[in-house]
Write a protein that binds this ligand. Sequence first.
Ligand code: AMP
Ligand code: ZN
Length: 133
Amino acid sequence: MDCIFCKIIKGEIPSYKIYEDEKTYAFLDIACDSFGHTLVIPKKHCQNALDCDDEYLQATITTVKKIAKHYVENCGFDGVNIFNASGESAQQTVFHLHFHIIPRKKEDGVDIWPLKEKYDLDLKDVCDKLKLN
Ligand code: AMP
Ligand code: ZN
């Protein structure tokens, strides 16, 4: 399988490793769009959050929390944004599950939240269509 993140796990492609354990691997995103932009991935290939087995998904999110706490407690950040894109329509571009961590500081000037527009929504209608019974 030609997966760039599987190659990173195997060391076939270089990466700036932040942390790893038995089931997960964390490394710097090469985008360089903010200081410390980090990706956390499971060591077992899956496309995204929708097909990842629960054991690896849980391990991955546990590592996300561990690194987020490290950034806030030891690296001088005040908070983090945590993002995941699952699926092409969600703007996923690399099809090996990954969570983005963007470390944040007050007044860092980073504006990460992608949704700006407000829609005239009937929230009861939205809820009726989306609720999981
Ligand atoms: P997404 O759009 O959520 O699928 O994010 C994919 C991310 O992978 C992007 O932010 C890319 O900058 C990042 N990326 C792609 N190739 C590499 C690589 N070789 N090392 C580190 N990050 C990468
Ligand atoms: Zn992979």
